[in-house]
Design a protein around this ligand. Structure first.
Ligand SMILES: Cc1ncc(COP(=O)(O)O)c(C=O)c1O
Length: 377
């Protein structure tokens, strides 16, 4: 089996598995308990908070641990928008390529009376900072924009967007779930109001994420309950999963250092795809090294993904959370409105530091067999 679906979930390395097992044995207790076992668990959680703060260039006290990336994004977007809601301040600005997590949060707010403004790409390029500036005004409650696209790897000029939002006094939530481990990241230098990362995209376990937010921007909690995470994420946390996140963070430098090798492997896949007649989606603008998104003419993405899976190659069609659906990718629809077939056919092949040249050889043999066979038929 060859796993080329790293944008959906990353394999757990040996250190992460060891950290999970160790925490299950020694740090399973409630970190809010005052006794010794509680203090142990609290020590584990706080060490991970300090490590993540260092990675993000942030203060540990400004981080909120949550469950999934989806949850942390909802907390940020709903939290900012609801706290700023007033008769005149009802506009939300997002990009057309956002992950369903942000689209879903925005749709919830629309049901509460907010108005959505969606910025669309042009000729495969991200919208410009000027277009963002034109969309923001005194009526804007907040903006939520992704840094790296989950399907195509498109890198958005988030520092430029952040400068515009700051200038206009509108809080910006950055979805950095696909940016951590792929790009250097520093919230202080970026000057954004909130940023979300998820452990499962950097070799950590699923179900752990973090929201960094600026204290001076009011944030309304999603849930009410205990005082955990300063009351922004009440409930007993999964300390073992946090320990796994901490172990994954220790390996971020190696992950970033693997970028050049990953790019070479990705380029080989792309060349082979082009030779088989594919179009490369998102190639018009800057991309991270870990992904290629290919549309093979005549194929439906879900059918091709299933055919490749039968041969032992794991890839996906669109965001993993939507890939059970046979619907065309909304990201590719927004990128190529004039070429509907690309959204129907697009498959995402994503790599990580664990991907070897031999994996790519085998993956290409499968791709040639499946797509080549169909071309001959
Ligand atoms: C860009 C982006 N944002 C948000 C998420 C949601 O993260 P989670 O699946 O942890 O809720 C993902 C996950 O694929 C993602 O790729």
């Amino acid at each position: 089996m060859i796993y080329l679906d790293h944008h959906a979930a990353t394999p757990l390395g040996a250190q992460v598995r060891r950290a999970l097992a160790h925490a299950h044995e020694h740090a399973w207790s409630n970190p809010e308990s005052v006794h010794q076992l509680g203090r142990n668990a609290r020590g584990v959680r706080e060490a991970v908070r300090a490590r993540l703060a260092q990675v993000l260039g942030a203060k540990p006290a400004d981080l909120v641990f949550a469950g999934t990336g989806t949850e942390a994004l909802h907390l940020a977007l709903l939290g900012f928008a609801r706290a700023r809601r007033s008769e005149g301040v009802r506009k939300l600005v997002i990009g057309a390529l956002e992950h369903p997590a942000v689209l879903g949060a925005a749709q919830l707010l629309v049901r509460e009376g907010f108005v959505l403004h969606i910025l669309t790409p042009r000729a495969g390029q991200p919208f410009s900072a000027t277009e963002l500036a034109d969309a923001l005004g005194d009526d804007s409650a907040c903006a939520a924009l992704q840094w790296v696209n989950h399907e195509t790897g498109t890198i958005f000029p988030i520092a430029e967007y952040a400068a515009v939002c700051r200038d206009k006094g509108v809080p910006l939530v950055v979805d950095a779930c696909q940016a951590l481990g792929k790009l250097p990241l520093n919230v202080t230098e970026l000057g954004v109001s909130a940023l979300v990362v998820a452990a499962a995209k950097v070799g950590g376990p699923a179900g752990v994420s973090a929201l960094w937010h600026e204290r001076c921007v009011e944030l309304a909690p999603l849930l009410l309950g205990g005082a955990q995470e300063r009351g922004f994420r009440p409930g007993t946390p999964d300390v073992a999963a946090l320990a796994g996140f901490g172990a994954a963070l220790e390996q971020l430098p190696e992950r970033l250092a693997a970028t050049a090798n990953i790019a070479l492997l990705r380029d080989r896949i792309e060349q082979a795809g082009l030779a088989l007649g594919a179009s490369v989606n998102g190639a018009e603008s800057a991309r991270v090294a870990t992904v290629t998104n290919l549309s093979f003419p005549g194929w439906r993405a879900d059918i091709l993904v299933a055919a490749l899976d039968l041969e032992g190659l794991c890839v996906s069609a669109g965001a993993a959370c939507s890939s059970g659906l046979a619907a065309p990718s909304p990201v590719l629809q927004a990128l190529y409105p004039e070429a509907a077939w690309r959204a129907e056919a697009g498959i995402r092949i994503s790599l990580g530091p664990e991907t070897s040249p031999a994996d790519v050889d085998r993956a290409l043999a499968i791709l040639r067999k499946v797509v080549g066979r169909a071309r001959q038929a």
